[in-house]
Design a protein around this ligand. Structure first.
Ligand SMILES: [Zn+2]
Length: 59
């Protein structure tokens, strides 16, 4: 399995890796791996993954 950061392409094993999985039916499928939360956060911002996806809206 690749160990390249989903965001920046570095080898996550050189950092403090964070892994993201999504549920597919009854299984979990890894959908991203990141050097650390900074890369995860940047990726989320870039992909607009949180737009309209909050589980609780208190606006
Ligand atoms: Zn990275």
């Amino acid at each position: 399995m690749s160990t390249d950061c989903t965001y920046c392409g570095s080898d996550v094993n050189d950092h403090d890796p964070v892994f993201v999985s999504e549920r597919r039916g009854d299984d979990r499928e890894e959908t991203g791996r990141f050097c650390n939360y900074a890369c995860l956060s940047a990726y989320i911002d870039e992909q607009n993954l949180v737009d309209g996806a909050c589980c609780r809206i208190d606006v």
